[in-house]
Design a protein around this ligand. Sequence first.
Ligand code: HSE
Length: 300
Amino acid sequence: MLTVNVPATSANIGAGFDSCGLALALYNRVQMEEWDDVCITSLDGTRVPTGPQNLVYSTAKSLYDECGVPLRGLRLAQENGVPMARGLGSSSACIAAGLVGANELLGRPYTRMQLLERAAALEGHPDNVAPAMLGGFVTSALEGGHLYAVQKPVADTLCFAAFVPGYKLLTRKARAALPKTVPHKAAVYNVSRAALLAAAFCEERYDLLRVATCDKLHQPYRAALMPGMEEVFALCAELGALGWWVSGAGPTLMCAVHTENKAFFSGAQQALDAAEKGSPLAAYRLHRLAPDNTGAFVTA
Ligand code: HSE
């Protein structure tokens, strides 16, 4: 039996809609072995589908099918450290776990990049699966079925504050909030910042994140789905965060913090604790997350 460990991710990072993302040291773990039928359990009480429609299982089976190897079933035991439908890449983590685990059980017929291309095709956009598979910051584009990606480890002088609300938001609903077209000026605004975002991570110029994370393509349209967004962003600015954004399609809000900024987490927690019951800020729980620079990995 093997265990696949897959990190959470924060996609978009503001300006890099559907193209940039980074991996976080918070993990889904799946124990996996070939079995006579489909046997799926949850080790931490998270409700997971227990039939063949389970995303880890169906993704793993698709790889067996592609290799022409008959599969009677798998035994999966899941530990879902990545909360579902919170903009932290939980479904990408399941897809990555299915592919990486099945590839291992099949004797590694595919390279990590081949698995990543497959994962990106399944997801439709690579911004979550790419960092889940490779770790660190990844900027990527799908073109003609191929994935073009650049990965850069995130320095350990950076950590992340995740403001996770108690409610879920399905990516489908957050995408439905987006307009069919955007003003040319807004597109140009994002192109310049997304380019700066990739450069900021690749050159470790984290001082640029304040501007590089600004977005006009998706966050303004999704703000109504995340009450308290502006208040959390104002708090991040006040406490000296380097840049802030909606994590993936939301509703988690994320910011990058220099590890020397010792006052950030105590200040943010105090503000959340002081929020009146029922006020938008009171919905959020704060988590301090380190970057993950490894991506999905297998342990015995
Ligand atoms: N980039 C996606 C979105 C979410 O913002 O809808 C992550 O795949």
